[in-house]
Write a protein that binds this ligand. Structure first.
Ligand SMILES: [Zn+2]
Length: 278
C-alpha cells in the first residue's frame, strides 16, 4: 500500500512525459505530411511542364495535352485515397469516379440513346464512388500499399489499358496517358518524403521511408497481390514499341532542347502571329 503511494508521483510524471511526447509526435506528423493543396499544385506544375514539352515537340495535340495534364494531376492526389475521412480522399474519390464513369460511357459509343448513356454513367459513378472505393477504404491502411512505387506503376498500367481498350486511344497516346498518371503519383510519393526531412534540424522525421517504398511492411499480403496484379495487367497493356521509340529518339530530345529557351528574342514569335492575323 505504502509502495503504491510512493510510486504515484513517478507514474504521474511519466504520464505527463508520454502526453508531451504524444503531442510532439502529432505536431511532427502534421508538419511532415504535405497537405492536399501542396500536392495538387506540385502535381499540376510538374504535369504542366511535361505536357508543354509534349506540345512543343509535336508529340501531342492541344486537346491531348489537356487530358495528359489532368491525368498527371489526378495521379498526384491518388496516393492519399487511403487517408482517413479527409477532404483529399473525398475529392480524389469523386474525381476518379467521374473520370471512370465518363470513360466507360464514351467507350459505349453511339449505339445507345442519350438517356441510356446517362443511366449507365450514373450506375458506374455510384458503384465506383460508394461501392468499390468504400471497400478499398475499409481494407487499406494509410501509407500502406497505396504509398508504394509498384502502386504508381499499377495505376499507370491501368490507365494505359483503359485508354487503349475502352477509350479507343492509340498505343502511343494510351501509354503517355498512363505515364502521366505514374509520373504524378511518383511526384506525390517523393514530395511526402521531402516533407519528412526536417531541414532545420537536419534529421529524419518518424514518417521518413513510409511514402516512397517498393513494399508496404504493414500490408505484406496486399503488397504481394499488387505485384501479381502488376504482372497480370502488363499482359493487357498496349504495345510499347511506339512509346519507347518516340521517347528514345534523338529528334524528340533535340526538339525539346531547341524549344527550351527562346532563340530569336522573347515573345517574338507571338508578335509574328499577331502581325499575320492583321
Ligand atoms: Zn501522401
Amino acid at each position: 500500500m505504502g509502495g503504491s503511494e510512493f510510486y504515484r508521483p513517478a507514474t504521474l510524471l511519466s504520464n505527463r512525459h508520454s502526453a508531451g511526447r504524444t503531442f510532439h509526435v502529432i505536431v511532427d506528423e502534421l508538419i511532415s505530411v504535405a497537405s492536399f493543396p501542396v500536392h495538387l499544385s506540385v502535381a499540376m506544375s510538374a504535369s504542366g511542364v511535361c505536357a508543354t514539352c509534349l506540345l512543343v515537340s509535336g508529340v501531342a495535340t492541344p486537346s491531348e495535352v489537356v487530358l495528359y495534364f489532368t491525368l498527371g494531376t489526378m495521379g498526384g492526389v491518388t496516393p492519399d485515397v487511403d487517408a482517413e475521412g479527409s477532404t483529399p480522399l473525398r475529392i480524389s474519390f469523386e474525381m476518379l469516379s467521374l473520370l471512370g464513369a465518363s470513360l466507360f460511357m464514351f467507350s459505349l459509343g453511339s449505339n445507345l440513346s442519350v438517356l441510356e448513356l446517362c443511366l449507365v454513367w450514373l450506375m458506374v459513378f455510384f458503384s465506383l464512388r460508394y461501392g468499390l472505393f468504400h471497400a478499398f477504404h475499409r481494407l487499406t491502411v494509410h501509407r500502406g500499399v497505396f504509398h508504394t512505387i509498384p502502386a504508381a506503376f499499377f495505376c499507370g498500367f491501368l490507365t494505359a489499358t483503359i485508354a487503349h481498350r475502352l477509350g479507343g486511344m492509340g498505343a502511343l497516346q494510351a501509354w503517355i496517358a498512363g505515364a502521366f498518371v505514374t509520373f504524378g503519383y511518383l511526384v506525390h510519393l517523393i514530395l511526402d518524403e521531402i516533407y519528412s526531412i526536417n531541414l532545420y534540424g537536419a534529421q529524419m522525421k518518424r514518417s521518413f521511408g513510409t511514402a516512397f517504398k517498393i513494399f508496404a511492411p504493414r500490408s505484406p499480403m496486399a503488397s504481394l497481390l499488387l505485384y501479381v496484379a502488376l504482372f497480370v495487367f502488363w499482359q493487357f497493356t498496349p504495345d510499347t514499341r511506339t512509346f519507347v521509340a518516340t521517347f528514345t529518339s534523338v529528334q524528340f530530345w533535340q526538339h525539346i532542347e531547341t524549344r527550351l529557351i527562346p532563340h530569336n528574342g522573347w515573345v517574338r514569335n507571338l508578335r509574328l502571329v499577331d502581325t499575320q492575323k492583321q
